[in-house]
Design a protein around this ligand. Structure first.
Ligand SMILES: NC(=O)c1ccc[n+]([C@@H]2O[C@H](COP(=O)([O-])OP(=O)(O)OC[C@H]3O[C@@H](n4cnc5c(N)ncnc54)[C@H](O)[C@@H]3O)[C@@H](O)[C@H]2O)c1
Length: 248
């Protein structure tokens, strides 16, 4: 695990969620923003954000932030944050293909000691059951021995320029107690409203406020088999009341 101060952050997916994160982290750390869409990268290099979450001046001032669609440019990152879309299909099931693709991309850049943090809205269990195996397979590294994972749900409201990323409390989590501290401290460098360290990744994933707001469903409701009773209990007892109330 890197020291927080030694973090070189790679953000994968530069949409409504990923771009503001990249801009904020670049104020503290060397940051690389990666997106598959070359047009998006070309626009960002020109200082244009079509989502209007970040203005031209903020982009121009982000001197520590470089934009790329070349996987090789992620090679010197040691902390990866994945913020790709998780659309739902006609049956209101999450489509995890972008997340799987992004995990495949990061797997190619992963080195011993690196940390991969997911921000995409998912059902509890998806990070460790779907994404981590891809990271292991592509990198050839062993989870929680060679590399680590975290999850931090995003709670921004696009278009709300009053409550922005740093001023909304952020739930964090990690795959070991030490990584949970690392992830929490890392976000603590940019979130002025404060962070809340959840007891484990599944509990942080169970913060379903975003799924409800974005899709009108919680992803827990749409699991084929609901085997998350323990998580439901844990969420209610481990997250702050305002977060837990929105969870389930
Ligand atoms: N928009 C919101 O208000 C909001 C709020 C909270 C959480 N979320 C969650 O955050 C995640 C991201 O949402 P968003 O609104 O930022 O999405 P978005 O569609 O605005 O942006 C996603 C970006 O990821 C890129 N991308 C897709 N697949 C990729 C891949 N394999 N590698 C690299 N880049 C890839 C796309 O080109 C796009 O630029 C979703 O899971 C969403 O549910 C969104």
């Amino acid at each position: 695990m890197p020291e927080v101060a030694q973090s070189h952050i790679g953000i994968v997916g530069l949409g409504y969620v990923g771009l503001p994160l990249a801009v904020e982290f670049s104020k503290k750390f060397s940051t690389t923003g990666f997106d598959l869409k070359e047009q998006r990268i070309a626009e960002l290099k020109e200082g244009i954000d079509v989502t209007r979450e970040v203005n031209k001046q903020e982009l121009q001032q982000a001197g520590n932030l470089r934009f790329t669609s070349d996987i090789d440019d992620l090679a010197d990152c040691n902390v990866f944050i994945i913020a790709v879309p998780t659309p739902i299909d006609a049956n209101k099931r999450p489509d995890l293909r972008p997340l799987e693709g992004a995990s495949h991309t990061v797997g190619q850049a992963l080195k011993k000691g690196d940390v991969v943090i997911y921000e995409s809205t998912v059902y509890p269990g998806a990070t460790e059951e779907v994404c981590v195996p891809i990271l292991e397979e592509v990198s050839g590294l062993t989870f929680n021995q060679d590399f680590f994972a975290g999850y931090s749900p995003e709670r921004i409201n696009p278009g709300d320029h009053e409550h922005r990323l740093p001023t909304i409390v952020k739930v964090t989590s990690g795959s070991t107690p030490e990584i949970a501290d690392f992830v929490n401290n890392l976000y603590g460098t940019i979130i002025t409203a404060g962070t809340f360290k959840a007891s484990c990744i599944k509990v942080a994933e169970a913060d379903q406020k975003e799924a409800e707001r974005l899709y009108g469903v919680t992803m827990i409701e749409n699991l084929p088999v609901n085997h998350y009773d323990g998580v439901v209990y844990d969420v209610k007892h481990s997250l702050p009341k305002d977060v837990a109330d929105g969870c389930l």
